[in-house]
Design a binder for this molecule. Structure first.
Ligand code: PLP
Length: 394
């Protein structure tokens, strides 16, 4: 805890996760920073109030607890600064709001998290921003889609549910050459497995709800930005007056300390389960970028230092009733719209109805798995029994 700024720079990610955001002056020697609750901050005198230079001014601008997480995330992400918001979806929205104004044009990957699309198609549209969806595999071909008023490119790698791997450096370089902002949803890899700003991303979104929390007990969003974009991002968030609750930030700081261990374990578990599923006669295709036969593997290998616990599979054609029989009877896998927790989840998905730039035609029902920390053999037993039910209904 006596690290110099120079010494800090040399630390590896696991050490950073343990030591970042723990200012001794604030913790008073305790290991953890407490959950500061508060709206009002008192000023000692009129001169200090008028100067505007007091470290904390009002609850909407942040507290020592939020500052600790912001500093830690910036350090881990290699960012100039970070803002915290109450959910991952809010993080996507503040990033887009920071980059766009009425009359602007947005390029959004067809594989974006669906509520991001809904925001672009509704509120952003009403505010005069036009959105064009593009094929996630477009790479540097994105140049053909730029218009004079294009101001932001939204990316997500790998894509939501279907896990297409995007060539982020190529897209970011094309955007930068035209003064266009690149935003990336980096929730799948986290900054531990993909360093967004080093690959040219201007603003990186993380749903802290997933691996940062790791315990399915809070909602949180983070947006980190480079030097060029941080001030604008910070100003936008400040104007909106939004902050996450102090207990959620406290729990996220707790999650941060073990994030790499949980993520690496989820990675190993997911690779094991995906390989097992690949060998099942009921499975047509496993979609996981760490597998050499995955179409996104080369890019993943070039740019990412690992994979997380989230992947998808396509089953051989069976009835909806057969899929329901398989999933309804699972004893360990839960069914729910999130991921990144300690518990394993599975959901059926179908993006045929809302994708517009590409066609999703997998040739069978699709399932997304978030693999948790249970014993992998128990998880396989649960799915084995599920496949038996699926075959019975057919
Ligand atoms: C890729 C991705 N980004 C963002 C979000 C939104 O996060 P939150 O649930 O905190 O709004 C999700 C949630 O599932 C997600 O999967």
């Amino acid at each position: 805890m006596k690290l110099t700024p120079e010494g800090r720079k040399k630390l590896r990610s696991r050490t950073r996760l343990v030591h970042s955001g723990r200012d001794r002056e604030t913790t008073q020697g305790f290991v953890n920073i407490p959950a500061f609750r508060g709206s009002t901050v008192l000023f000692p005198d009129v001169a200090t109030l008028r100067s505007g230079r007091q470290r904390y001014l009002y609850g909407t601008h942040g507290t020592p607890t939020t500052e600790a997480l912001r500093d830690a995330w910036s350090e881990i992400s290699g960012a100039a600064g970070t803002v915290l918001v109450p959910s991952g979806l809010t993080a996507i929205i503040v990033a887009l709001m920071s980059a766009l104004s009425a009359g602007d044009h947005l390029l959004m990957t067809d594989s974006a998290y669906q509520p991001a699309r809904i925001y672009a198609n509704t509120l952003l549209g009403r505010m005069g921003v036009e959105t064009t969806y593009y094929d996630p595999l477009i790479g540097e071909g994105i140049v053909a889609l730029f218009r004079p008023n294009t101001k932001a490119v939204f990316t997500e790698a790998p894509g939501s549910q279907t896990l297409e791997m995007q060539d982020i450096p190529a897209i970011a370089a094309a955007a930068r050459a035209r003064g266009v902002c690149t935003i990336m949803d980096n929730t799948w890899a986290t900054p531990l497995m993909f360093s967004p700003h080093r690959h040219g991303v201007d603003m990186a979104v993380e749903a802290g709800t997933k691996y940062l929390s790791g315990h399915s007990d809070l909602l949180l969003g983070l947006v980190s930005a480079n030097e060029q974009w941080f001030e604008r991002l910070h100003h936008t968030t400040d104007l909106l007056g939004i902050q996450p609750g102090p207990e959620d930030v406290f729990l996220a700081l707790r999650g941060l300390r073990t994030m790499e261990l949980r993520l690496r374990e989820a990675e190993m578990q997911a690779l094991d389960l995906a390989a097992w599923l690949k060998g099942r006669p009921e499975v047509r295709r496993v979609i996981h970028p760490a597998f050499p036969d995955d179409p996104g593997h080369a890019i993943w290998k070039r740019d990412f230092s690992g994979s997380s616990g989230l992947f998808s599979v396509v089953l051989n054609p069976v009835s909806e009733a057969a899929v329901a029989a398989m999933l309804d009877g699972l004893e360990l896998f839960g069914m729910g719209y999130s991921w990144g927790g300690f518990e394993s989840l599975v959901i059926p998905f179908d993006c045929t109805k809302y994708r517009t730039a590409t066609r999703w035609a997998p040739g069978g029902p699709a399932l997304r798995f978030s693999v948790g920390l249970e014993d992998i053999d128990d998880l396989k037993d649960d799915l084995d029994a599920g496949f038996a039910r699926l075959r019975t209904v057919g």
